[in-house]
Design a binder for this molecule. Structure first.
Ligand code: AMP
Length: 449
């Protein structure tokens, strides 16, 4: 397939020619007609797959020339770097199109951005916080937004932007197309989709279920966290064999917890990356791991997905991913460049379903090993493994019953107005001028005669 097979227009063909792009990438091929159809779309694709063009091409193809000031397309991304990058991509594709594109992000002067917005725009690319500030200040009107793109949703949710997204959803027109791209599927992403998307079409460049043949996969059944740590210690003591080890966990708290344990067991040999660490810290950790200064790197799925590090001797799946695609991404970090790679998967009873899904996707069984006798089986449980504590007099209430549920979101602006009491009267008085009464009724009655 070439771009000629997509129903584009001359300005777009000319821009693609200038860029030297001839063949759409798989995600572009699959997205074009679905995005162009106006349906809600969820795309699973990593950076580097051409996903920006996958959503922008159909949008630019259908965006009519307009002189109206209010933007019609909104692209939300998690970081300012990405705002800059996406704007520059859009500008390249729009070389022969007469449209106005603006990037806005926090940490810079809002007034300059307000002036730029006021000049009238067609496409806004923004980080959620700054976008909301501009919308609340009324400089940026969102009432004409027809297409909302949320890119790198997994990172956005991992960085804690869910609330900001809810606020933005509330002030966008109800009738709009939602287009979402995420590199990994996580529980948070899944929840967001089911809460806010209308029957979306899902596109994913099928993660190959066939693992590289040069990756040796093994697994252990392990009852709990502390036994996993004991087994990990036993394995990692063989420093020649386990020379550069990437250890995956599902969430930040677990990453910190495991990192602290490893620091006790192997002082100065490990580093950790997750989204609560600053970008500098993360970059430094990755560099230290790459250079071999640190033998062990603990990482969450979201933060590790772009990692391309040579010579990873082992990938250890400290937990079993719920989504089998994440397992495929994880183990692909080892066995690169034709080298032998190893992957080890640890699963508790609760994680057995995840294991089944992985084996189903790969159409093969992972070889199960038994825990060596020297490894102590712990009976101690961490918080998440303990049974839910129930109140004595309230057997139904769970310990997290007060936490907002997955469907929680802020009230809409309209519904969250406070009762301002007296000021309402002043407003009405101002609007209708003086009340038309014929004096005080009671006074008049009392003084009749
Ligand atoms: P992205 O995944 O959107 O970050 O894109 C990765 C890089 O691939 C960007 O530099 C794009 O300009 C480039 N690219 C996107 N689509 C194509 C294509 N069809 N052919 C060649 N390069 C592309």
């Amino acid at each position: 397939m070439t771009f000629q097979d997509l129903n584009l227009n001359t300005p777009l063909y000319n821009a693609l020619d200038d860029l030297g792009f001839t063949t759409p990438t798989p995600i572009q091929e699959q997205s074009f007609s679905v995005v162009a159809s106006g349906k809600d779309v969820v795309g699973i694709a990593q950076t580097g797959t051409g996903k920006t063009l996958a959503y922008m091409l159909p949008i630019l193809r259908n965006l009519k020339y307009s002189r109206q000031d209010n933007p019609r397309v909104l692209v939300l991304v998690p970081t300012r770097e990405l705002v800059v990058q996406v704007v520059s991509e859009i500008e390249k594709f729009s070389k022969y199109i007469n449209n106005r594109v603006l990037g806005v992000y926090g940490g810079t002067n809002i007034n300059t951005q307000k002036q730029a917005v006021a000049q009238g725009q067609d496409i806004i690319v923004a980080t959620p916080g700054r976008l909301y500030d501009l919308a609340v200040s009324r400089v940026l009107q969102l009432k004409s937004i027809q297409k909302l793109v949320i890119d790198e949703v997994d990172v956005m949710l991992d960085l804690g932007f869910r609330h900001q997204l809810m606020n933005i959803f509330d002030i966008l027109p109800q009738r709009r197309q939602n287009i979402m791209f995420s590199a990994t599927m996580t529980k948070d992403v899944d929840e967001l989709i089911s809460d806010f998307f209308i029957n979306p079409s899902k596109i994913s460049i099928a993660v190959s279920g066939t693992p590289l043949e040069n990756i040796k996969q093994e697994r252990y059944d392990v009852p709990n966290f502390y036994t996993k740590v004991n087994l990990l210690e036993h394995l990692l003591l063989d420093k020649d064999e386990f020379s550069r080890v990437l250890i995956f966990v599902a969430y930040k708290k677990m990453a910190d917890r495991l990192f602290n344990k490893l620091e006790e067991l192997f002082p100065g040999e490990s580093c950790v990356i997750h989204s609560n660490k600053t970008q500098n810290y993360r970059l430094r950790s990755i560099e230290q791991f790459r250079e071999g200064e640190h033998r062990l790197l603990v990482a969450t799925d979201v933060m590790a997905r772009g990692l391309d590090i040579e010579g990873v001797s082992h990938v250890i799946n400290f937990d079993t991913p719920d989504y089998p695609e994440n397992y495929m991404h994880r183990i692909g970090r080892t066995g690169r460049a034709e080298q032998e790679g190893h992957s080890i998967l640890l699963s508790t009873d609760k994680e057995k379903e995840g294991l089944e899904r992985i084996e189903e996707l790969m159409q093969m069984q992972i070889e199960a090993l038994s825990i060596p006798d020297t490894v102590e089986i712990s009976t101690e449980l961490i918080e998440e493994e303990r049974p839910q504590i129930r109140e004595r007099n309230n057997p139904i209430k769970r310990s997290d019953a007060d936490a907002p549920g997955p469907a929680f979101h802020e009230k809409s602006e309209k519904n969250s107005k406070e009762n301002l009491g007296g000021s309402y009267k002043f407003k009405i008085a101002a609007k209708y001028k003086k009340p038309k009464t014929r004096g005080d009724k009671n006074y008049n009655r009392r003084n009749k005669k």
